[in-house]
Every structure is written in structure tokens, then in C-alpha cells.
Design a protein around this ligand. Sequence first.
Ligand code: ASP
Length: 445
Amino acid sequence: MDTSGLQGYSGTTKELLERENVRIGDEIEVISNGKRYRGILMARYELSDPNYITLKLHNGYNIGIRVTKGVRVFKISAGVKPAFVRPPKPQILSDLPSVIIVSTGGTIASRVEYRTGAVRPALNADDLLAIVPELAGIARIDTEILYNVWSENIQVQHWIGMAEAVDRLIRKNVDGVVLTHGTDTMGYTAAALSFALQKPPVPVVLVGAQRSSDRPSSDATTNLIAAVATAAKAPFGEVVVAMHKWHSDDVIALHRGTRVVKLHTSSRDAFHSVNSRPIAYYQHGELRVIADDLNPRGSNEYICKPKFDARAFLIKFFPSMKPDILNILADIGIKGFVIEGTGLGHVSSNWVPVIKELTEIGVFVGMTSQCKFGRVNMNVYDSGRDLLRAGVVPLDDMLAEVALVKLMWILGNFGDRAELEDIKELMLMNVAGEIRSRTLPNVGG
Ligand code: ASP
């Protein structure tokens, strides 16, 4: 998140504003081509033309002023800082289960400052607790700020940090952990934590929001309440994602961490389970568990393997794509590939010799499908059989991005010792519900 106070400004425009010690929300005067403009400096979209300053004039209109050589900027007065005042924390009831909310960033932890248009990372887990006092009736909440990032900035180091943080909390005997997270890559993190924290003794619940908590349509509160209730009361120890089941606020779905994808850019019901149903629903204060293959709360089979190695690559095949990309990537150190092939698991035949060369020197190549639902089956067509002969490993019904995360996890924890055969075996072994040998057709939720 941009904490410079000049969100959306870059290059010489940002330098000009910094020289005058101007921040978003300040009242400024801009002189351009002999004309004077007075108003409040507004935030801009990161991708908008960098050569403009946006001002909110006193009449309420916004104008863009092109920054050319002669443009001068003067600060008139500093803006009033955002007026968010955290309500007092509710009273904590001592006989409730203990839940820790770990905040990592994302929309659920931000709010829009309407006067200037800036999205501010203003809400940490403590603020969330204060503005959602219902939480205090569900669990003894404690909060921790681990990161404050948009989830598109998450790296494997963050997954390692999150896994280690949750492991530390599990060892402190908390009853459940909630991680607030940006929605864009929450599915990847859910998969990463599912592999890193196997059969945890308590629920580990990731939760996000499609709309920030200051908007009337926000899903932050309902998602967070369901997440905390699941962490506090669920009879299972699983890594799950808690998000709206549909548009209305009444049902929150709990998705298995290795089966969940974000399928909509903005809708509140963006998250769905693929090739599997959600494992539970939270509705009107009740948790209804529907899956019957869950690791029970309190199980003592917990294993923490929190390392990841990012030298794995996910390739989406498209018509006319050349196979040279595989060699280029292998040359810069990529140790394994997950291909998102067409249909039942295909790429064009000119890829076969290149893949064969790579698998012969120990590079892993696995196949998933661009079709979200179903499984790969590379025995149906000769193109699939040729790829099998070249050493491609069909990854059944695993989601492509989950297979990528799993490969990074295998390389991180077993990479130095593992031979290609070991990697293949681990990729096909069910670690956290990510792969199943038989799939119900088109099951989703
Ligand atoms: N881009 C944001 C993120 O993933 C969106 C969100 O938080 O929902 O962090």
C-alpha cells in the first residue's frame, strides 16, 4: 500500500508535490499557463496518466491539470487528517474460546477517504474488533498485525511468515486463528497454508472483503463474524476461506483451502469451491458442517512445513504459443512447470520434444486444465498420450494455481533432496484435499 501520502502520483509530478511538501488532502494552489487553481489535492488511480494533478475545486468539481515545465504548486494549508476514531474496544468475556485475528492487509483492512478519494490502510485488526463489537460475544479476541499489503504484493516469504505466525499461535493453544487478507490472491495463500499447516488442531480461517468496511454494501462485517465464529467453534481443524455464499448477507460459505477460487472481480459472492462443495456454511449464528472427511479439532497429527521455493512456473497454453518459453525459463533456474493445458490436458504437438528434453534432465512438468471443472485425462487422445510418454504428469482434478503452490511447497521443503520421481509422487499424493481420484461432474458451490 502507498504510504507516501501521494497515492497514484509518480515521476516528476510526484517530485514536484514532494518538493512543496504537499500531501493528498492538502489545500494547494496550482499556477499553469498564467491561470491559478485552488483546491484540495486528490488521490489518483495508479494507472492514470502520471503527468496530471487532480484538484477538487471549492465548487465541488474535480479538475485535472497537466504538469508541464512552467507549472508551479504552492501549499496553502495542510489537510485535515482522516477522521476515523476507533470506538472503544468492547468488554472481553473470559469464558469464551480464544481467537486471534492476524491482519495481513487488503480491502478488509482499508477504507476509502471520500474527501480525497484515497484508499487508506486505516483498519488494523484492533480497529476491526472495535467496529464489529459482535465479535466480543463470540470469542475472546486478540489481534496481531503481521503485514499491511494488498494481496497482489504477497510473495512466498509472506506465506512462510503467515505459516510461522499461525504455528506459533497454535503452540500457544489458541482455539482458532483468523487471517484477514486481500481477496485477489487469498486462494493462493489458502492453498499455501493448507500445505504448510497440515491437520492443524484448530481452524485456520482466511477472510477478506470485496467492498471496504465504510461502504454500505460492505461484506467485511458479515464475513468477519462468520470467520471468527468458525475459528471459535468449528469441530474441525482445517484451513478454510470464509466469504459470502451469494449476494445477500445471510449465508457465508466455508471453502476448503485447496479448492477455492475467486471467480468474480467485484461481486460479494466471488469465491467458489471447485470440484468440491464448501465444507460448511455459517447462517444465522449457526455453523452447518456438510463435509464428512474433515480433520477433527484437537487432532494430534499436526505437521508444520512452512517453506516455499518460488522457482516453479505456471504456464497457460494458448493456440500458437511456442514451446521455447519452457527452455528460456529452465535456463533462468525454474525447476518445475505446471501447465494449464486445453480440455483434458493438451498442448500442441511441437511442445512434445521440448518437454521430453526437460523431463530427461530432471525438470518437473505437470498438467492441469484450463477448464475449471473436471479432471485431466491424457489417455483419451494421442496428443495426451504423446505428452505422457514425454514425461508429463497428469495432475487429476487439482486446480492449476493450487498445483503451482504445491510444487513451490515441495521444492521448498524437499527440493534439495528430492529426485524427479519423489516430486512426482508427492504431487500426486493427497496432502490437504487438493487431489481426488474421482470427481463429481460439475460440482461447485
Ligand atoms: N487488491 C485487493 C487485494 O487483494 C483487493 C481486496 O483486498 O479484496 O488485496
